[in-house]
Design a protein around this ligand. Structure first.
Ligand code: NAG
Length: 399
């Protein structure tokens, strides 16, 4: 595979693979530098691992009383922030949540919700008693203060979940986004040791999504279009025959192998994501797989170059091939929209596609010049036949 991958693509593949390695965690914690208007100080604080959120707390073990200050920034100014304990499970379902948001009168409210599903939230009693609560909003961040009495004495390691949402409609918080940061905002909280650890489920899922992304960007997003460029522009040169053919086939067959692996990881991710389906991304992915598989089998059915049906085969092969390239690129962008990696990866991919497009454009112009010149030269000797290199029809530009 490496031999058919031009060096710039190898570099891109390596760069993409490097993105799988998680960035080293910055050790300096931000929460220790945060202070509160009422000069309240908490014994423990943690920079939470996602959504730029912070948790400060005091725990009175004999009384089972937990005082918290939770700081987060909603994605929009009129959004909400939430911190929850989950006594029964590790995710959102079953969590006992405190939510803070601005009411229509401009005052901040803190409400409690027993969250059982993605259905619209209804204020309710929760697992713990809330002795007092308040919230402040400043500079885009909301701080939620609460003192809770936990019902189960001795239970000092708890699962917690936190979240931010964009808006509140008629007093009801609207649903949050489903980006990785929103799905990984959960962990385990040791009230006595002052540590919160991210639950590993989310991270391994993120890793799987990254692997899925890299495999598919490299195959559908880069190798397939490159293979098309090889076929379209190399076969004009008689000296490149039949090298272009083998190069094209090996590039597309390796793209297919990588692409099928990427497609498989996509199916796995899809089956694991019960509550959310990215149906457009999924359907384009399935179409791509079908089309690419057809292309591989079409190779076996290819009529001889001078067979009268060869022209139909060519039309079919080119049509499906171009569709794979276009759909592949569209689906890479759909996937980037879902995965939301660092913006540099989207930019890097745009640069790669722009470079491929630029190369194709230059070669297209160059090919036209060559072909027109040849036609002129051929006319003087052989009026109709034109140039024919064997594998392609005389007009290499006709799709
Ligand atoms: C929260 O809702 C669930 C499901 O309706 C229920 O079983 C549970 O008792 C409720 N918890 C509280 C504290 O009300």
């Amino acid at each position: 595979m490496a031999s058919s991958l031009p060096p710039p693509l190898l570099i891109v593949a390596v760069l993409l693979a490097a993105s799988l390695i998680p960035p080293s965690q910055s050790q300096a914690s931000t929460c220790t530098k945060q202070s509160f208007n009422n000069n309240k100080r908490y014994t423990f604080c943690n920079d939470l691992p996602s959504l730029n959120s912070y948790l400060h707390w005091d725990f009175d073990e004999p009384q089972s009383t937990l005082s918290v200050a939770f700081i987060a920034s909603p994605p929009k100014p009129d959004g909400w922030v939430s911190w929850a304990l989950n006594p029964t499970s590790s995710g959102m379902a079953g969590s006992q949540a405190l939510l803070a948001f601005k009411q229509p009168d401009g005052k901040m409210a803190v409400k409690t919700y027993n969250i059982t599903s993605y259905a619209p939230l209804k204020e309710s009693k929760v697992w713990f008693d809330v002795k007092d609560s308040s919230a402040e909003s400043s500079a885009g961040a909301i701080t939620l203060f609460a003192t809770l009495v936990l019902p189960e004495k001795g239970k000092t390691v708890l699962n917690h979940v936190w979240q931010v949402g964009p808006s509140v409609t008629g007093g009801v918080p609207d649903k949050h986004e489903f980006q990785p940061a929103n799905l990984n905002s959960k962990g385990s909280l040791d009230l006595l040791k002052g540590q919160t650890t991210a639950s590993t489920g989310g991270n391994s899922k993120l890793k799987k999504r990254n692997i899925h992304g890299v495999l598919n960007v490299v195959s559908w997003g880069i190798m397939f279009p490159t293979g098309i460029i090889i076929a379209r522009y190399m076969k004009v040169f008689p000296s490149a025959d039949p090298a272009w053919f083998y190069l094209h086939v090996s590039c597309q067959v390796s793209a297919y192998a990588v692409g099928v692996a990427g497609w498989g990881t996509g199916l796995k991710l899809g089956s694991e994501s019960k509550s959310i389906t990215y149906s457009v991304h999924r359907n384009i992915g399935i179409t791509l797989f079908v089309f690419a598989t057809l292309q591989v089998f079409a190779l076996l059915l290819r009529p001889k170059k001078d067979h009268k049906y060869r022209i139909y085969w060519n039309v079919y092969h080119h049509g499906v091939g171009y569709s794979v390239a276009v759909l592949g690129i569209i689906n890479v962008f759909k996937g980037l929209g879902i995965l939301q990696p660092d913006t540099k990866w989207k930019r890097a991919y745009i640069v790669v596609i722009a470079v491929l497009g630029g190369i194709a454009l230059l070669l297209e112009a160059f090919t036209w010049v060559v072909v027109l010149k040849r036609k002129k030269a051929d006319k003087s000797t052989k009026p109709y036949e034109g140039y024919n290199n064997g594998h392609s029809r005389q007009e290499p530009l006709a799709p």
